[in-house]
Design a protein around this ligand. Sequence first.
Ligand SMILES: [Zn+2]
Length: 196
Amino acid sequence: MRRSEGDDEPRTLPPRARDRVYTAVTRVLAVLLLPVAFVRQPGRARELACGWALRMRFPAEDLTGLTDGARAAFTAARAEALWRHGQLVGLTSGYRDPRVQQRMFEEEVRRSGSVAAARMFVAPPAESNHVKGMALDVRPHEGARWLEAHGARYDLYRIYDNEWWHFEHRPECGGTPPRRLPHPGAAWASRNGGRV
Ligand SMILES: [Zn+2]
């Protein structure tokens, strides 16, 4: 892609000053909300307070449509990220309606000039795990790096070299990260004789 040779891992993008403030405020909010969460659900207070605080930080995020397993895994993982390491993990895009995915794919075909090139960045609806409710695009970059390091405990794995933000809930992997693919079209390309 647009990376120099030997640089197969993007460096962590430095957090903007504004993001650092948001992170600090979100942590304080989670702590303040903890007593209320304990009253609501003593056994899940930390997850609950974390979820409320993150909703204020990332008001546009939407966890609906994810499979029950993916949602539970993501909720538990980001509670650990916040309470244990002070990291925020927000959801940019989870479940996608097949029509939305189709539109994204068509736009990418137009942008990149061919179906084969488009597949390197966007999967068509029939192959997209966003449509199945088991893929999650996360932010910011440090949050994604946290999930990459700790996600296996929750069956959440980074899948592609060219998408640091894309994770999938893969309980069948049993804690062993699946082999990472260069891009979303790689599995399809290998099924089709290596053609990309
Ligand atoms: Zn994705």
